[in-house]
Design a protein around this ligand. Sequence first.
Ligand SMILES: CCCCCCCC/C=C\C/C=C/C(=O)SCCNC(=O)CCNC(=O)[C@H](O)C(C)(C)COP(=O)(O)OP(=O)(O)OC[C@H]1O[C@@H](n2cnc3c(N)ncnc32)[C@H](O)[C@@H]1OP(=O)(O)O
Length: 719
Amino acid sequence: MAQYSRVAGSVALITLQNPPVNALSAAVRQGIVDTVERALRDPEVNSVVICGQNGKFCGGADIKEFGRQMSGPPLVPMIHAIEAGHKPMVAAIEGVALGGGLELALGCHYRIAHSKARLGLPEVSLGLLPAAGGSQRLPRLIGVPAALDLITTGRHVTAAEALKLGIVDQVTDHNTVDVAVKFVQSVAGQSMDSRRLSTRPCPSLPNLDAVFEGVMQRVRQSARGAIAPVACVQAVRAAATLPYPQGMEREKELMGTLFTSGQARALQYCFFAQRAVGKWSLPSGARWDTSKAMPISKAAVIGLGTMGRGITVALAQTGVSVVAVDTQERQLAEAKQAVSGMLERMAQKRGSAPPLGLVHYSNNLQAAADADLVIEAVFEDMALKESVFQQLSAICKPGTFLCTNTSGLDVDRLASHTRRPELVVGMHFFAPAHVMKLLEVVCGPRSSPEAVATAMQLGKKMGKVSVAVGNCPGFVGNRMLKPYVEQANFLLEEGATPELVDQVLEDFGFAMGVFRMSDLSGLDVGWRIRKADKLTDPSVPAGQPVRVRQGRRYSPLADLICEQGRFGQKTGQGWYHYDKPGGRVARSDPWLHSFLEEYRARHGLVARHIDHQEVLERCLYVLINEGFRILDDGIAAGPEDIDAIYVFGYGWPRHRGGPMFYASMVGLARVLERLEHYHQAHPDVPHLQPCRLLRRLVASGSPPVQRWREVIKRLHSQL
Ligand SMILES: CCCCCCCC/C=C\C/C=C/C(=O)SCCNC(=O)CCNC(=O)[C@H](O)C(C)(C)COP(=O)(O)OP(=O)(O)OC[C@H]1O[C@@H](n2cnc3c(N)ncnc32)[C@H](O)[C@@H]1OP(=O)(O)O
């Protein structure tokens, strides 16, 4: 809806009304069309201000409408009518002007923004482009390079930057609508000819072709197969090279391809999934909107290795006072330097003071006594963690939340070593903890709703996508990763190379293939876990076949690599060769290839040709199958939770929507059929056996991913 009122005698004030962000739904668009016509007709009105209700100008097109039959007036002619209007129109921008919201403002003759407003054209992150004239008007207003930057990245800019770029004409700290009303009166009666962006030429640019070629190359490289950034460049090129009407035709044509694409569906699904995971619920019935989060003003971090340091930085960045504890003096001194360095570098980038005063250091666990919340980040060793939890339970004030940053150990077992198990939750950060967006909040069977709410809320404050998950080995992310990595190792045994497997996964869109990723995280981490799980020598019972452990197929390849001291990037050798320890450029390693050949010969394995399809299907479908098991076990509440975890924590390409969404796009029946096929070929790999829930979903007609929860509920129902 849009409300029409008259202010200051001759100014029509049009207020967009569609909480929470005044998105341009069909009703809002109709409202704008009607009120603009009325203002242009009304002889008493000489100028118009457009604003949004509740301090938010407009969050753009209504994304919820995209998957449906479009109705109501289209945006392009609506904005054109505003621009062509003979009375001056000013956009009074408070809060946000994003996507179609900014495009609406670009159709106005002037733009006045509040100093706290944010502006941008984020359509690219939804798999689209600014197709309400934004790709044509913005370059005409601010030039091609700046427009390319904003449109291809989708980044939001502050009002100050918008003023500098020339997107807005004025920034105010006062009431934006009042300022706009005053301003529009001062230009009433003037010709608006020079203010219509569509009639302006694009500022000329020397070496236009070279600029576009360079940008296109960069965009293609970073897009990892996403099509929208490429279309955005093509649309801006049209603005730079074609008259406006033809440019608009090109914009429409490009949008036509994007609008119905699977990538746009995936990205829009991710938008809603990211928001859905904040609305958590537990099997006990506790929910996000009925559980109280406690305020955290002082936190303690125990253990200052890589993870502990990152968590300390992330907390301090949020404004939380932190006591960082490590009982080893040397580690403490190194951590102090590293944490200060990280805080200083981040502050320099932002142009603000580093929050160094918020971090205190201690070599004594007692320093955690008065913390509201403690995050234990010591070495991944159960006995060590149990001892830390026992001590913390005795030291900390009543009510302190005790959190563990374990990546997969039993949170409930740790809770059992404390006097207040209800205050224990997992907070599983991802390295580097001050950068990575994902936080798994692991809810043990005894974790109280307040503990979960507090960890979720703290994660949100830290800018993380926090996902509540159940307690099981590896939780969600690492539990699914295990069969994926295992499958990649089996492929090597059968004839593939790390290069082939990584190439296929990177072509799919992963930031890194499984072997390059393992080299980066350190091969010794998994080795230690396999040793603890009694999968590796010397704990394997004598007589056990080498490639079978605990009754199932096992590949000792990674263990053998570790036995050579090859732990990945840190040692300069792993699945690949690096020019030095800590080197980053992975090079193919002839040693590894001979090692694989010898290994196969020793075990009587004959290398066969493995094609890309098999690599992709075996790696991804086995991971997806585990995702279905996780849903069936109630470890994740819905497919959105799993998808958010994989997109924000494991480099799953966002334009593929996450593993569970991807499965629904491929077709559940197809995933089931391929899993059956591979399980038949490898009956000794239980992870390839299709999960019950997958079968059930296929039997229910493969409903869209948004409806899986209903099937899961029926499956779990005891009635
Ligand atoms: C064949 C060709 C066919 C052509 C058809 C052409 C039509 C299109 C033409 C032109 C292109 C224009 C496209 C667009 O405008 S796409 C939308 C661009 N806008 C955005 O991407 C902004 C998205 N929103 C945000 O970034 C944030 O929500 C925020 C910054 C506005 C506010 O953040 P915050 O305060 O943190 O709140 P939440 O994110 O939690 O959001 C609150 C609530 O609002 C919902 N919501 C937000 N934005 C939208 C929106 N644009 N449409 C619908 N709903 C929106 C959000 O989902 C939350 O609700 P909840 O999920 O129920 O919690």
